[in-house]
Write a protein that binds this ligand. Structure first.
Ligand code: NOJ
Length: 734
């Protein structure tokens, strides 16, 4: 194998380093927020600090880099890390919201803008994308995920990496991305953060590893090992995962960082007896940089003296760090050059954030309670009095979502301001927050809210969850609308005034109890800086809703985990077999009641399927055709169809292609997404859509956990969401 110029430079530098300096390159420490404590100055001068996390004051960052460059013996620049998750100053929708737009282009653009803005603060490394497959809405970090599906998550994850890194990491304004949390974190038992995961290897490979594999192949600069215990071996000490899969199978050459103190926590897990042993396990697994804790720097020398770790093993960790710094161009330009970076919150950034917020909104319901025509879009001329209700209507902070360290509330356009901006002059808007927060149970303002509802042409409710109810360490066992929000909806439903519910939330909520009490529901996630105007334009028809769910919405929390790509089981749930608890005869003898995989007390389908989302337009799908019904393994094939927009409104539709592999050496999901396209269809017109596929796209990890394409029968379907019927049969042949 040839050595790249960057490898050569890193090796040359390594040859000059003392052991202390090498260990310094494996250590990340926290900034102090706008000043530089003496211990940090000395640490950097002595070459004992490789990376600083959470320092975003530019003058301070430049000074840290200056100390590293000019006052340390070898002048090695610093990696400056920050969680730039969905924007820096211009805040985009939470990642789960961005995923609802099903648009790799938008995700890439959002990450590009986040990179450019954070680079202005000296940041050169972000800890995103989070590409954990998330199938449990109790888990607070579902907000930070790209949803439940490996295919969608892979496509969007790769787009995010590209956005952060651009085509060349050394470009000014490109920052290193980090694929996290490797791996399985999203499967934490009972949706409690940091909890144990048990994932059979085949499931791990076919589902959870897939987005990481594609991120690795796309050139993501770093990986982060998860906090969690994976099948008995916590990820941060898991050699099978970090060595065998990542380095040997995937040939990944980038940097691996631990999660925050996750090396130290190996002891808490019970995998090691001491910090020293934790350091040994993590180094053996191949973690290059230890985030925050100091097990490496405190113990590695002793481990080498005792021959428990070889210096050559340390060298290979250090090389990964140095190569990343060379790839970022930091040796040539460690200081931030503001002259080439666009201003924060500039017009282009804000309009991209608005577009992302708009395209991420999912219209879940648009039926009036009295059976009249759909309430949305509202007509500006007919809507003269509006009741705006709810604690999230005028809260620029809460609409930003989790992981917003650097975004500021004062730049947000709140939903109330968005509405005011867009309605006709003379339209009267009465606002009543009712609650102090989304968790409030105080019903005192219910009467007032009802009164303004009754006087209005429409009531728009802005309910959901505050930002802090989702995100890291904010998991819920009950995912109903919190506080007394259900009661408020029930109370207001006495009025015959049409009610539109806009939900701002970090996760799917169980809204089944209230869907029949209101007319329309728009799910806006936490939409970010431009959320208010983006939503207002949708409500009044200046924009058409086009988002589709990147995750299944359960009816009740007891259905979790519920996801579309489930296995069939030997007794699949079906309408004929479904028996409700009220219909079970009393004192009936034990039977295999219903004989299917169902609950007695809730229907087996979700409230809203993966991929679901309504539009103001009406689409019809025609002429789905496959190029051949017998496809030789190793060849390409295409699927063509027509999408018709029968309405008078120009709109985007997200066309989804699913397959089912009917028989496999291991059982296969009942549906798997294999393609999607966001297509623009003008009113009363038809577009042709074409999907190019290869039989490799149908590969899966087989009974021997080898990636394989198996011959046999398949079904395929293309349509609006994952509840579609698969009605095109084809066969793969050798
Ligand atoms: C812990 C989180 O799990 C991780 O995602 C994040 O990047 C680090 N803390 C750094 O803040």
């Amino acid at each position: 194998m040839t050595t790249s110029p960057i490898e050569t430079k890193a090796m040359q530098l390594l040859s000059k380093m003392t052991l202390d300096e090498k260990l310094g390159q494996l250590s990340q420490t926290c900034g102090a927020g706008g000043h530089i404590p003496q211990y940090l100055v000395e640490g950097i001068q002595k070459g004992r600090v490789s990376s600083v996390i959470n320092e975003v004051d530019l003058a301070t960052v430049n000074e840290l880099q200056r100390i590293a460059k000019e006052e340390s013996r070898l002048g090695i620049p610093l990696l400056i890390g920050r969680d730039v998750i969905h924007g820096f100053k211009t805040i985009f929708p939470i990642p789960l919201g961005q995923a609802a737009a099903w648009s790799p282009e938008l995700v890439e653009k959002g990450a590009r803008i986040a990179a450019l803005e954070s680079a202005r603060a000296g940041v050169n490394w972000t800890f995103a994308p989070m590409i954990d497959i998330a199938r449990d809405p109790r888990w607070g970090r579902i907000a930070e995920s790209l949803g439940e599906d490996p295919f969608l998550c892979s496509q969007l994850g790769v787009a995010m990496v590209k956005g952060f890194q651009s085509d060349d990491l050394s470009t000014n304004g490109a920052i290193a991305a980090c694929a996290k949390h490797f791996v399985g974190y999203g499967a934490s038992e009972s949706g409690r953060d940091y909890n144990t995961t048990n994932i059979p290897e085949n499931e791990l490979r076919n589902v959870h590893l897939q987005p990481f594999y594609f991120a690795a192949k796309s050139g993501v600069a770093s990986f982060m090992s998860s906090f969690s215990d994976l099948n008995g071996v916590p990820a941060s000490g898991n050699q099978w995962l970090l060595k065998q899969i990542l380095r040997d199978e995937w040939q990944y050459k980038g940097l691996v960082v631990s999660d925050w103190e996750s090396i130290k926590e190996l002891k808490v897990h019970g995998l090691s007896a001491s910090d020293k042993d934790s350091a040994r396990l993590a180094a053996k697994a191949g973690i290059d940089i230890e985030m925050q804790s100091t097990c490496y720097i405190d113990n590695m020398k002793a481990l080498i003296d005792e021959s428990k770790i070889q210096e050559s093993e340390i060298d290979s960790l250090v090389l990964n760090v140095l190569q990343t710094k060379f790839a970022l161009g930091l040796f040539d330009q460690a200081y931030t050059d503001l002259s080439t970076l666009p201003a924060y919150l500039n017009h282009e950034h804000l309009s991209a954030a608005k577009e992302a917020a708009q395209k991420s909104c999912v219209l879940l319901q648009n039926q009036s309670r009295n059976g009249a025509s759909p309430i949305l879009p509202l007509n500006k001329n007919d809507t003269k009095r509006i009741a705006v209700i709810g604690p999230l209507a005028n809260d620029g902070y809460e609409q930003l979502g989790t992981w917003v360290f650097d975004g500021e509330e004062q730049h947000s356009i709140s939903c109330l301001s968005g509405l005011k901006e867009i309605v006709n002059e003379g339209t009267e808007i009465k606002f009543e927050p009712v609650f102090a927060s989304s968790r409030d149970k105080d019903t005192q303002q219910f009467e007032k809210a009802l009164s303004i509802t009754e006087q209005a042409d429409v009531a728009i409710l802005f309910l959901g969850e505050e930002s802090i109810l989702s995100g890291e360490a904010h998991c819920r066992s009950n995912i109903d609308l919190p506080g007394a929000q259900n009661e408020l909806i029930e109370y207001l439903s006495q009025s015959s005034t049409p009610i539109v519910l806009v939900i701002l939330a970090g996760r799917p909520l169980t809204i089944q109890p209230i869907v029949n009490k209101i007319d329309s529901i728009l799910y806006a996630w936490h939409p970010g800086t431009m959320g208010g105007i983006a939503i207002a334009e949708i409500l009044f028809g200046d924009a058409c809703p086009s988002g589709k769910l990147p995750v299944t919405f359960p009816r009740v929390v007891g259905q979790v985990p519920i996801y579309y790509a489930q296995k069939n089981s030997g007794r699949p749930a079906a309408e004929w077999s479904y028996v409700h608890i009220d219909d079970v005869p009393q004192r009936a003898p034990q039977t295999s009641l219903g004989m299917a995989a169902t609950h007695l007390d809730t229907h087996f389908t979700p409230l809203y399927s993966f991929g679901f989302g309504l539009s103001y337009a009406e689409f019809a799908y025609h002429d789905v055709n496959i190029s051949d019904n017998k496809i030789v393994i190793g060849e390409s094939f295409s699927v063509t169809l027509k999408v018709e927009n029968k309405s008078e409104i120009d709109a985007d539709e997200i066309v989804q292609l699913y397959i089912r592999d009917l028989v496999g050496s291991v059982t296969r999901p009942v549906k798997e997404l294999k393609g999607f396209q966001r297509v623009y269809v003008k009113a009363k017109s038809i577009v042709n859509v074409n999907f190019e596929l290869h039989t490799d796209d149908l590969a899966f990890y087989d009974i021997n956990n080898k990636l394989n394409v198996e011959a046999g029968d398949f079904l395929l379907g293309v349509g609006k969401d994952s509840s579609l019927e698969l009605n095109v049969a084809f066969e793969l042949i050798n």
